[in-house]
Design a protein around this ligand. Structure first.
Ligand code: CAA
Length: 258
């Protein structure tokens, strides 16, 4: 596929997607998000891929939805046409693990896209924010919903109402990111984490992802019941037989992702 706004590579069982509109700090327009949706759907159905890394460049993961593209939209444009966030939910539909590797700005829609990933690894240069209020709008791709779940109501209110940015250290303290690494090692660390995941059993990794995501959508007792059924389901896989046999034989497992 010939993409204009993203770069897609595969490294063994890891798919790497780079947002690539550097002159606009990777501002997210419809073309970019359509391409991202297509690329993710392709990687998700590729049996040779076990994990996906989504990244930007050293200055920006993404500085938000493209303000130039949406400045003159009317209510009817965005409501009927679903411009701006039309294809964004594609990221949520990906069943394989997706890691966001964030350096520089992850603002507005950029922060929302990072939060749609399964976890965020941040460079020490990362800056997160939902500054939409400063340009007369508000988060429109899950920011007011995922941020409070990730960092508490108090911090989410602070971020969305003042529009201030959170640096990497604050983001880690607040639980928005799983780890911080030096900027020059960001991609290396994210790819290493993705490689580790991609070498696990893919169906089990998918069940883990589905179970953790269920924690957001259900009560504790429903979630625990869901997890138990998923756990039972692991015993229907060849990889569970191989993983436990390998442990008992004191050798590394050879998962076949079945
Ligand atoms: N949309 C379109 N273009 C953008 C952009 C955006 N969100 N963010 C940056 N750019 C462009 C700038 O217009 C500029 O282009 P030119 O060189 O052609 O003028 C280029 O990227 C570089 O930006 P700056 O010169 O502003 O760079 P800076 O280092 O001085 O500032 C910044 C960086 C603080 C991130 C600043 O660019 C900024 O505040 N950007 C906007 C952030 C924002 O408001 N994001 C939310 C958008 S709304 C949204 O995302 C809605 C939603 O929830 C779905």
């Amino acid at each position: 596929m010939d993409y204009q706004n993203i770069i897609v590579e595969t490294h063994e069982r890891v798919g790497l997607v780079r947002l690539n509109r550097p002159k606009a700090l990777n501002a997210l327009n419809d073309q970019l998000m359509d391409e991202l949706g297509q690329a993710l759907a392709t990687l998700d159905t590729d049996d040779g891929i076990g994990c996906i890394v989504l990244t930007g460049n050293e200055k920006a993961f993404a500085a938000g939805a493209d303000i130039g593209a949406m400045a003159s939209y009317t209510f009817m444009d965005v409501y009927k046409g679903e411009y701006i966030t039309r294809n964004w939910e594609q990221l949520r539909k990906v069943r394989k693990p997706v890691i966001a590797a964030v350096a520089g700005y992850a603002l507005g829609g950029g922060c929302e896209v990072a939060m749609m990933c399964d976890f965020i690894i941040a460079a020490d240069t990362a800056k997160f924010g939902q500054p939409e209020i400063k340009i007369g709008t508000m988060p429109g791709a899950g920011g007011t919903q995922r941020l409070p779940r990730a960092v508490s109501k108090a911090k989410a209110m602070d971020m969305c109402l003042t529009g201030r940015m959170m640096d990497a250290a604050e983001a880690e303290r607040a639980g928005l990111v799983s780890r911080i690494v030096p900027a020059e090692r960001l991609l290396e660390e994210a790819m290493a984490a993705a490689k580790t995941i991609s070498e696990m059993s893919l169906p089990i990794a998918m069940m883990v992802k589905e179970s953790i995501n269920r924690a957001y959508e259900s009560t504790l007792s429903d979630g625990v019941q869901f997890e138990r059924r998923m756990f039972h389901g692991t015993f229907g896989t060849q990889d569970q037989k191989e993983g436990m046999k390998a442990f008992l034989e004191k050798r590394p497992p050879k998962f076949n992702h079945q």
